[in-house]
Design a protein around this ligand. Structure first.
Ligand code: UD1
Ligand code: UDP
Length: 382
């Protein structure tokens, strides 16, 4: 029996962890024991608890309750708490997801006391170090022992950074193993999409049954914190809704919700608030999100996860950032990088309106990435 210690904290990590916990429960319960540590980075019910209730994720064994704060303070509190738990639990490895401050804290704490690190979603790069997540993911990859990349591009990034394509066990901090293994979020989307259909009333509750609506999410720090960018995004959203007489639903991250009145001009804020075609709602559950994604005409987002889910559900996507780590979406033609640029966003929308057939090749595995990850951990971690 080996003991994994999983770190979660932010919404997308909680959702990603469901895939591995499910694989452990269904296939590896005799050989793998999972201890879950929630850092408390996200804490509102609709940013955290809802996912445990809905996605059959085991209740965390520990919650550090660090809450919000500056990057330094938040990460430091997490490192201190995670180190204490690692020393007490003595797991065979730590499992880290993605690129948040919770990921970085797990990587720092574990590497300092030589607990092997398994990084799920390794190798992704935006090549923009102004983005806090880019720094977090590079630092985590550099001290990981098993690195699982969801995409070929992610695997290739690691090779370019000097990771060996082929090497022999035993794997360690100094002899890490890299994999291209598919995406645990694709596993989750396949698994939960049938459930979402049965369970969610989000469409009828918001008058969206006809499927001719757009779904938008905005939470990236530069989009929320830079007034110029936030205003450009909302001008585009407002124009598209009015000129096309189309509803746009925005489940809004608390970060964005808090900054909307502060960073939009009073005129635009009032226009957005009174535009009945723009439906700003609180963050929704994952099953509700899937229902929205499956039924939307198009998705506009600065989220990494939502970009991919648009692709999984065969929807065009306008990426509200200046670059993306998920480069395959753009090269397949189903996503356009429009940044926070009003003109480019509207241009991308007009383009997708006219396009009849988009391509969504199989790029994210076969839905069994989590199972593969468990097998490799069992094989290679002592
Ligand atoms: C974090 C991640 C980001 C990820 C996002 C997923 C980092 C550096 N960023 O960004 O990569 O895409 O999570 O959603 O780790 N807040 C609440 N309630 C909550 C959580 C947050 O009100 O439950 C508000 C607080 O005002 C907080 C702000 O949102 O200061 C930002 O939260 P934080 O976790 O620091 O960063 P995110 O923007 O959520
Ligand atoms: N999500 C959700 N409810 C919402 C918005 C997003 O369940 O209101 C899910 C979404 O389906 C995806 C994940 O959260 O699986 C993406 O997280 P987020 O956009 O917060 O972060 P990112 O992926 O950009 O790190």
């Amino acid at each position: 029996m080996i003991k994994l210690l999983t770190i979660i904290g932010a919404r997308p990590q909680i959702i990603k962890s469901a895939a591995l916990s499910r694989a452990i429960k269904n296939k590896f319960s005799d050989t793998v024991r999972e201890i879950i540590v929630h850092t408390g980075q996200h804490y509102d019910d609709n940013m955290s608890q809802v996912f445990f209730d809905e996605l059959d994720i085991p209740h965390p064994n520990y919650n550090l309750n660090v809450g919000s704060g500056s990057h330094g303070k938040q990460t430091a509190l997490m490192i201190e708490g995670i180190e204490e738990i690692l020393l007490k639990e003595k797991p065979n490895c730590i499992v880290l997801y993605g690129d948040t401050n919770s990921t970085l804290a797990g990587a720092v704490a574990a590497s300092k006391i030589q607990v092997p690190i398994v990084h799920v979603e390794a190798g992704l790069r935006s090549f923009n170090k102004a983005m806090p997540e880019e720094v977090n993911r590079i630092m985590c990859d550099s001290v990981s022992t098993l690195l699982f990349s969801p995409t070929k591009a992610g695997f290739d990034n690691l090779v370019k950074e000097g990771f060996k394509k082929k090497n022999s066990p035993p794997y360690s901090f100094d002899n890490p193993k890299i994999y291209h293994c598919g995406d645990v979020m694709f596993d989750n989307s396949l698994h939960f999409s049938t459930v979402a259909k049965k369970k969610s009333a989000i469409l009828s509750d918001n008058g969206l049954e006809d499927g001719s609506f757009l779904l938008a999410t905005i939470h990236r720090n530069n989009n929320t914190d830079e007034p110029e960018r936030l205003n450009a995004l909302f001008r585009a959203i407002n124009k598209i809704s009015i000129e096309n007489d189309i509803k746009i639903v925005l489940p809004l991250h608390p970060r964005t919700a808090k900054l909307l009145s502060q960073n939009l001009t009073p005129e635009l804020y009032s226009t957005v608030k009174t535009n009945e075609l723009i439906k700003i709602i609180p963050p929704v559950s994952f099953l509700e999100m899937i229902a929205l994604e499956k039924n939307a005409f198009l998705v506009m987002t600065d989220s990494g996860g939502v970009q991919k889910e648009a692709f999984f559900f065969k929807k065009p996507c306008i990426i509200l950032r200046s670059e993306t780590e998920w480069v395959e979406l753009v090269s397949s033609g189903s996503a356009i990088v429009a940044d926070a640029n009003e003109v480019e966003i509207i241009k991308a929308f007009e383009k997708f309106k006219k396009m009849k057939r988009l391509k969504f090749p199989d790029l994210f595995g076969d839905g069994n990435a989590a199972e593969f990850i468990c097998q490799e951990i069992l094989k290679n971690i002592r």
